[in-house]
Ligand binder design. Structure first.
Ligand code: BTN
Length: 323
């Protein structure tokens, strides 16, 4: 039994027994470890936020579980295989953690999860507010692609997240390149794709995804929270599993048929189509403006401008009415 399998087995046994107890002896026998090792594992689970009572002479009773995207909670909810979830508590930035692991050789599918980030990063060098009540995750991918072929990947990840949030009951839109909006135009999820590549091939790619799930008094007024737009709020582990399943499916589609396989799915949810927009670069200088016609086969934004069609590969898009 691997360490993650042992973690899952302890929780499964505690859950199966609840509200009764399960003896340390029975747990040790099931896991093939000593009772001391079981005691250590129980200590780790308590540190993660699980309420586990120890009843003298009877064993352990699970009384509460934290609402966090912990690997032991996420793993059993995944439909897709191949994810190797880690973390689940508080960290600086899951993208920074995943990039470090990727540099150290972590395999494709390694995922750093968090329920809170203290240094969450957004696109264009911005901060990404990451309070408790959200799902923050970063997946290490090692696609067999040349750097030039990765251009549509941020949009591919966007489609994966959109499908996941729809699966959870939300109606969503995609704002180019890959912001995920609620139907009313407030942002519910953000995506930050970072990569390391040589001239000919991608070494690794980190797909970072942050989903606003639970609103509280301090929440940013312009943000949308999944709980506001679904009939049945889902646990944070369920949201993380849905996002990873959506991501796995979108990546499979991309591998099988390129961005063309996902383009109709992107276009169907595209927030900007037929709107008048301004595109600015990172310094805020206007790069293009016009009416959005759609996205091309590489995921670039296609505008119909006063000087004819224009194609935009990067930038920050605002609606013309906003300027
Ligand atoms: C954006 O909309 O600007 C992108 C936001 C991306 C946020 C996610 S949260 C998980 C991962 N870790 C980070 O530090 N950033 C990404």
């Amino acid at each position: 039994m691997t360490a993650p399998e042992r973690d899952d087995a302890v929780l499964r046994a505690l859950r199966a027994a609840a509200p009764s107890t399960v003896s340390g002896e029975a747990l040790a026998a099931e896991l093939g470890v000593s009772r001391v090792a079981v005691g250590k594992r129980i200590g780790v689970l308590r540190a993660q936020g699980y309420g586990i009572e120890a009843a003298a002479g009877q064993g352990y009773r699970l009384v509460s579980a934290p609402d966090l995207p912990l690997p032991a909670e996420v793993r059993p909810l995944l439909a897709s295989s191949g994810w190797l979830p880690l973390g689940g508590g508080v960290t600086g930035s899951t993208n920074d953690d995943a990039k470090r692991l990727a540099r150290e050789g972590a395999p494709e599918g390694t995922v750093v999860l968090a329920g809170e980030q203290t240094g969450g990063r957004g696109r264009l060098g911005r901060e990404w507010a990451s309070p408790p009540g959200g799902v923050y995750l970063s997946a290490v991918l090692r696609p067999d692609l040349a750097p030039s072929e990765t251009a549509p990947l941020p949009l591919v990840v966007g489609v994966g997240v959109a499908r996941a949030l729809e699966h959870l009951g939300a109606e969503v839109r995609l704002k180019w390149p890959n912001d995920v909006y609620c139907a009313d135009g407030r942002k519910v999820a953000g995506i930050l794709v970072e990569m390391s590549a040589e001239a000919e091939r991608v070494e690794w790619l980190v797909a970072g995804i942050g989903v606003n799930v639970r609103a509280d008094r301090t929440s940013a007024p312009g943000a949308c929270f999944l709980d506001e737009v679904v009939a049945q709020p889902a646990g944070l582990a369920r949201v993380a599993a849905a996002v990873l399943d959506g991501l796995a499916e979108a990546l499979r589609d991309f591998e099988a048929g390129g961005f063309d396989a996902l383009r109709p799915d992107y276009e169907r949810r595209a927030w900007l189509t037929s709107r008048d927009v301004v595109v600015r670069d990172i310094r805020g200088d206007v790069r293009a403006s016009g009416r959005v016609a759609g996205v091309d086969e590489s995921g670039r934004l296609v505008l119909e401008g006063p000087q004819g069609p224009a194609v935009v590969a990067t930038g920050e898009v605002t609606l013309r009415v906003d300027v």
